[in-house]
Ligand binder design. Structure first.
Ligand SMILES: [Fe+2]
Ligand SMILES: [Fe+2]
Length: 173
């Protein structure tokens, strides 16, 4: 199947598709899960960094973002979505803490810059959540989902992959 970035992803083997937020990776691909239903982005092997606990967290984060998107499409009530965003932020913080404690444990040289990227994400997503609280529109939500997808893919590819050899050399995999 042809994969491309755009606002419109045709479902595999079927005409039509669904509007998705901008900023998705070229590697991101929809998964067909049932009649006229698909996930926003699928995990792809090139996002694996080779540290099991971290890879499991990353997969979970992708599922959570997909679930958020599905909830919006299903027309879930604002308080339900709002609460889910809270959980997503908590899970993201826990994941960052896991990475940061591995950095401390192994004296990863780039730990400060990496931690700053994490802090910036939390600040941006918290801001996006505030905007959603004051304007619970699909536009705000799509903007947040698009931002999360783009950020996760870029951060894993550029920054998380960079620390993997350092951890593996110290027996963490
Ligand atoms: Fe990560
Ligand atoms: Fe990270």
């Amino acid at each position: 199947m042809r994969r491309e970035v755009g606002l419109f992803y045709p479902a595999a083997g079927k005409p039509g598709g669904r509007i998705i937020p901008s900023g998705l990776s070229k590697k991101a691909s929809p998964i067909k899960r049932g009649w006229d239903e698909m996930s926003l982005v699928a995990w792809s092997e090139d996002l694996t960094i080779g540290v099991a606990a971290v890879d499991a967290d990353h997969r979970k984060l992708f599922s959570l973002v997909n679930y958020l998107y599905d909830s919006m499409i299903a027309g879930k009530e604002t308080p339900v979505i709002d609460e889910f965003i809270d959980s997503l932020i908590i899970y993201t913080k826990q994941h960052f803490e896991r990475e940061e404690s591995l950095f401390e444990e192994t004296s990863y040289p780039d730990r400060l810059a990496h931690r700053q990227e994490h802090d910036a994400l939390i600040a941006q997503i918290t801001e996006a959540h505030k905007r959603y609280k004051s304007d619970a529109s699909a536009t705000q939500l799509l903007e947040m989902i698009g931002f999360l997808n783009k950020w996760m893919i870029e951060h894993i590819r550029k920054s998380d992959k960079k620390y993997a050899p350092h951890l593996k050399e110290r027996g963490i995999s």
